[in-house]
Design a protein around this ligand. Structure first.
Ligand code: 0A1
Ligand code: ZN
Length: 879
């Protein structure tokens, strides 16, 4: 890779082990908001054994060094070298005790890595490389040691002092100060260290593990949020039970802490026994949080809890292996949510998310394999590829080996590697050895980027009753990688008769036909499967349950799609067929729009939607998924040159035409689910609300839309229905919308999380006027550019979800956004880099927009002192 503006590139192949073991790390924090003093003592012992000498190399960033000593000897500036965020002590004895004392400044830390201030309390974020902002240390995941941590602070300002592990002792000091000492018996890498200090309120429950360990579960929040923790606690208890039942994994300490903060760069962090959460993923009450929020909380609480085994007990050798813990833990949280709620609905939502966020990544300037080969800023690699595609690859192991085989592999993985920092290869080997299979070729998924296309052709011979399926896989060259190989693809499928019945399948070498679906394995570039005794020309139902993360190319007729939508036994295939049909219909109208031909509605889509709306059997949540049209970004991905306005116009047209054509049915179903029952949290009620609100979003296109939305708004007893109603009023341009927004604002002005929703609703409104509104909202007292949730809600949503606003052809959206990236880079490079990636797909637009975006990218690139994070994103985009 060229160096470009991104600066130093780190390569996976350059990995070397750290020459020292660290036996123990003792930390002492003298806590203060302006200044915190950190004393560290660590015991080094040379891996090579005694007698030899080696230099000790430590990482540190923004640390004010007060003192340093080795084996009791104060070191002076001649005894060590500080250069490029590294401190080197040459020729240290093979057994050495190092002591350091540094000062750090939490209140000045706007990057939210290391120790920082949130409201009135202090907390930490160390993954991936934040520990070096706390003290000098080999800040890499393969250096694992046990920690004791003493926190000392003013008792009234910081009554709560938390760190990892068990509380060992506490005491009082003169001058109103106190201290608490923590001890974590499990060796851990520095990225899992955490501390929290402040005046926080506590919700407590407990869990008894299967072997009888009593675990105290404590959620710490700011006082006013005490009544919003119930769902998080319930989710935690469910997660603990589920991990015992499904994975045979128990919790290993007597305490589990969760702390919620409003200021967090990501979703949450799995620090050993002291998880820190973005408050968005903890706090919920029916009147403040939507069903999607409730589900998000369950998923993220599960995710962080599951990391205790997949991530903490067994961790990553280096950051290139990130998917080892993340892909696996996402797979586990997906399964957890699927087991808690509707599996089919959860799968569809996860697949939609993968296709709309990860496929574009694979096809863009940041494309990388799930195990990248190089990076400049590791924070840029917490991606949909590493997480969601990584989870899909774990799911393929599961598909290939079955639940039992997969669990055997997990068991061996833990037997071999508990307490170690390992690689993706180690995981693959455990899976292979436990099942006595060769997975070498499967391993290509770790090193190859890009989304494979599978072209499917078929032939039915009525004379011999044979049916041949031809599969051809191809991965196009990606930005990071030219050469591609054939991958192992689990291929789950079935064949349907015209009446929707599933045909028995008999391969040509088999004695008899077997009913139901099949799983075949594709390993070569091209493969053919021949079936005999097939009584009629079948409709193929391909890659059931999304058995491999590929793009399937098959020339379905609308008639065949209709059969799949109405009859397939696989929920994913039914949903996908509806999406394909809608996609074809919308892209067709897009073409008409560009040719100034009148747009029209495809009658087969009407028929299919009528079928979905009349289905009384299926889970309403599934039906609602089928009725959601593919979003504008997904449609854009299907075009060679994105036609922003054409896609918007065509999608609006199709939605409106469907709404008017099927108005009576939409009204009926809406009325049926809008049954006036009080709010309930159950999956069933959520399913009914989702169907109701999808119907409402269609009815918004008709003359009854405004009165229905207004009525729903005034009678709503929960945030899901309230938001759906206001969003509809905004989208239909109703004058009532402004009043609704103003009322919402005055009700929730002091509620940080709810106000995020208020910003989102306004940022998402289509059209080029929105940029001015967004700009004005930046001056709103509830907005702060320093707060990542606010930035994501207002600026992120505008750039990533408002296609007609961001891509306004006068460049106003681009210019506004580039200004924000530059502004943010000085405050929080990690968030700035995320925002900068909104320009990643610039080459796919028309000449005018391309030039406008390129200008903005160049403007960002030319900023002096640009962070490595933004430089890497922008540098790759411009290349
Ligand atoms: N490991 C966390 C995600 C995370 C990553 C980086 C962070 O700060 C830079 C914070 C959180 C997870 O997977 O949940
Ligand atoms: Zn994770």
């Amino acid at each position: 890779m060229k160096e470009g503006i991104a600066g130093k590139v780190i390569y996976r192949k350059d990995y070397t082990t750290y020459p020292w073991d660290i036996k123990q790390l003792d930390l002492h924090f003298d806590i203060g908001i302006e200044t915190t003093t950190v004393r560290a003592q660590m015991e080094f012992s040379l891996k090579q054994g005694p007698g030899t000498r080696q230099s000790i190399v430590l990482n540190g960033s923004d640390l004010q060094l007060l003192s340093i000593s080795l084996n009791g000897q104060e070191l002076t500036e001649e005894d060590y070298i500080v250069e490029a965020e590294k401190l080197t002590i040459p020729d240290a004895p093979s057994s050495s005790i190092l002591k350091t004392e540094v000062k750090i400044h939490p209140s000045q830390n706007s990057a939210l890595e290391g120790v920082y201030l949130s409201g009135e309390f202090l907390l930490t974020q160390c993954e991936a490389e934040g520990f070096r902002k706390i003290t000098w240390f080999p800040d890499r995941p393969d250096v694992m040691t046990t920690y004791t941590v003493t926190l000392e602070a003013d008792q009234s300002a910081f009554p709560v002092l938390l760190s990892n592990g068990n509380e060992l002792d506490r005491g009082e000091l003169a001058g109103g100060r106190h201290w608490v000492k923590w001890d974590d018996p499990f060796p851990k890498p520095s990225y899992l260290f955490a501390l929290v200090a402040g005046d926080l309120a506590l919700v407590e429950d407990h869990f008894t593990t299967r072997s009888g360990r009593e675990v105290s579960l404590r959620i710490y929040v700011e006082e006013e949020n005490l009544d919003r923790c119930e769902h998080a606690m319930e989710s935690l208890i469910n997660a603990m039970r589920w991990d015992e039942e499904r994975f045979d994994l128990e919790y290993d300490l007597n305490v589990y802490h969760i702390v919620a903060t409003n200021d967090f760069n990501m979703g949450a962090m799995e620090n050993k026994s002291l998880n820190i959460f973005n408050s968005k993923y903890v706090l919920a009450r029916p009147d403040t949080a939507t069903d999607v929020d409730f589900q998000g909380i369950e998923g993220v609480i599960g995710h962080e809890y599951f990391h205790n085994w997949t991530g903490n007990r067994v961790t990553c050798q280096d950051w290139f292996q990130l998917t080892l813990k993340e892909g696996l833990t996402v797979f586990r949280d997906e399964e957890f949510s699927a087991d808690m709620q509707s599996r089919a609905v959860k799968r569809i939502r996860d697949i939609r998310d993968l296709r709309s966020r990860q496929y574009p990544e694979d096809d863009g300037p940041m494309s990388h394999p799930i195990r990248p080969d190089h990076y400049s800023a590791i924070n840029n690699f917490y991606t949909a590829t590493v997480y969601q595609k990584g989870a899909t690859i774990i799911r393929m192991y599961h598909t290939l080996l079955g639940e039992d085989g997969f669990q055997k592999g997990m068991k061996l993985y833990f037997e071999r590697h508990d307490g170690q920092a390992v690689t993706c290869d180690d995981f693959l080997k455990a899976m292979a050895d436990a099942n006595d299979v060769n997975l070498d070729r499967f391993g290509r998924w770790y090193s190859q980027s890009g989304t494979p296309q599978v072209k499917v052709t078929d032939h039915y011979d009525a004379a011999t009753l044979t049916y041949t399926l031809n599969l051809c896989q191809h991965t196009a060259p990606t930005h990071d990688q030219q050469e591609k190989q054939a991958l192992v693809l689990p291929f789950a499928f079935g064949l349907l008769a015209d009446d929707g019945q599933e045909l028995p399948l008999q391969l040509e070498n088999e004695a008899a036909g077997k009913p139901g679906a099949r799983l075949l394995i594709m390993e070569e570039e091209q493969q053919q499967f021949t079936f005999i005794n097939i009584s009629e020309k079948p409709v193929p139902s391909l890659f059931r349950d999304f058995s491999a993360p590929v793009k399937v190319i098959y020339d379905y007729s609308q008639q065949q799609l209709a059969i799949l939508i109405a009859h397939d036994t696989d929920a994913f295939v039914r949903w996908d067929a509806a999406q394909r049909m809608a996609e074809t219909a919308i892209l067709e109208q897009r073409k008409n729009h560009s040719e100034n031909t009148p747009m029209s509605l495809d009658p087969s889509l009407v028929k299919a939607f009528r079928g979905v709306l009349s289905d009384r059997q299926a889970d309403p949540a599934l039906l609602s998924e089928a009725l959601i049209l593919p979003d504008e970004d997904y449609l854009a991905e299907q075009m060679d040159v994105v036609d922003v306005d054409g896609i918007h116009a065509a999608r609006c047209f199709v939605k409106k035409a469907l709404a008017n054509e099927l108005m009576e049915l939409f009204k009926q179903r809406y009325a049926e689910y809008n049954d006036g029952q009080p709010y309930q949290k159950s999956a069933q009620s959520m399913a009914r609300r989702s169907m109701k609100n999808v119907c409402l979003s269609y009815l918004q296109e008709t003359e009854v839309g405004e009165s229905l939305a207004s009525a729903q708004l005034s009678s709503s007893d929960n945030m899901t229905d309230t938001l759906a109603a206001i969003r509809n009023l905004i989208f239909m341009g109703s004058p009532v919308a402004e009043t609704a927004l103003a009322d919402f604002e005055s009700s929730w002005m002091d509620d940080v999380l709810v106000m995020d929703k208020w910003f989102i609703m306004q940022a998402i409104k289509p059209g080029r006027e929105t940029v001015d509104r967004v700009r004005k909202l930046m001056d709103h007292p509830a907005f702060s550019i320093q707060n990542p949730n606010k930035v994501r809600a207002l600026i992120g949503v505008f750039a990533m979800l408002n296609t007609t606003g961001f891509h306004a052809d006068d460049g106003s959206g681009y210019e506004f956004h580039a200004d924000r990236v530059i502004e943010l880079d000085g405050l929080n490079p990690q968030i700035a880099a995320r925002m900068a990636s909104a320009f990643n797909r610039w080459k796919r637009y028309d000449e005018n927009r391309k030039a406008l975006m390129q200008n903005q990218l160049q403007r960002i690139a030319s900023v002096e002192g640009l962070s490595a994070d933004v430089a890497e994103i922008v540098g790759n985009a411009l290349q």
